[in-house]
Design a protein around this ligand. Structure first.
Ligand code: 1GP
Length: 268
């Protein structure tokens, strides 16, 4: 029997195949009211984002989570993907969940226990689980602390590549390289390209500290397939313009023509 890829994952793969890269907007339910999250998501959709991730390290649970997802879905047709920090980050009105294992955690809780408690809930809710290896790199931010991660040193790209490959061999189709929300700078190009060439296939998601179109382009040029921005969207006075800048910098087909990031990515 073949393993079936769900609709949201398929859509993400198609975006990457047709545009060279995709952009996801991360919304933390703990940072604003649900109604404001809905407005932000609508503005991000207008700017060309490919999906909305909903989650956060602290407080992104219960009715606040549910109401945030509801408000987003009322205002956009984009897929809403949960990005849970524990079993408490699940709700039944999202489309999918990044079903992640924090591979470099010291705590079995973040590697498998929350996942075991969460799996029957995901099944009952009928949301699409998207298997993902989650790897946290220095500085790691709040998620690094909460997830008790043994942070991958920035200068050890080969360690990140080893974890990513282990994730692939365990059947995870996506790998997320995370610098931590609000990181001073994105993950270095050298680490991204080493991970990408170790993986040869699968989607490489990169996030943490990406605040401009040119930073996003560097990340894609190095080999990222999906770029995540959270803090910069939250702080932006004009979410549509910001997302348009990032999407325009990373996608193959943009109003301004062919993005150099994708041209470079294809050469790599
Ligand atoms: C955090 O990678 C994401 O999980 C996004 O990070 O908030 O720095 O964009 P930023």
């Amino acid at each position: 029997m073949r393993f079936e890829i769900g609709r949201v994952e398929e859509r993400l793969i198609r975006s990457v195949e047709s545009n060279g890269a995709a952009h996801l907007t991360l919304i933390d339910p703990d940072s604003q009211k649900p109604s404001q999250a809905g407005i932000m998501a609508e503005a991000a959709a207008e700017g060309g984002t490919d999906g909305i991730m909903v989650g956060g390290s602290v407080g992104a649970t219960g009715s606040l989570l549910q109401e945030t997802v509801k408000a987003i879905k009322e205002r956009t047709d984009l897929p809403v993907i949960l990005f849970p920090s524990s079993v408490a980050g699940l709700c039944d009105n999202a489309d999918a969940v990044f079903f992640m294992s924090l591979l470099n955690s010291r705590s079995t809780s973040y590697i498998i226990e929350n996942q075991a408690m969460g799996a029957p809930i995901v099944m009952r809710y009928g949301i699409e689980p998207i298997p993902m290896a989650y790897i946290i790199v220095e500085p790691g931010g709040t998620v690094g602390w909460v997830g008790d991660a043994r942070l991958i040193p920035r200068r050890k790209p080969e360690v990140a590549a080893a974890y990513a490959l282990a994730g692939k061999f365990m059947g995870m189709r996506l790998v997320y390289l995370e610098a931590g929300s609000g990181a001073d700078s994105p993950i270095d190009a050298r680490m991204i390209s080493m991970v990408k060439s170790a993986l040869r296939g699968g989607l490489l998601v990169v996030g943490g500290g990406i605040r401009t179109g040119s930073a996003a382009a560097e990340v894609v040029k190095a080999g990222a397939d999906v770029v995540v921005t959270g803090t910069a969207v939250e702080r932006s006075a004009d979410v549509t313009s910001f997302v348009r800048e990032v999407a325009g910098a990373i996608k193959w087909k943009t109003a301004s023509g062919v993005s150099w990031a994708i041209t470079e990515k294809k050469k790599a």
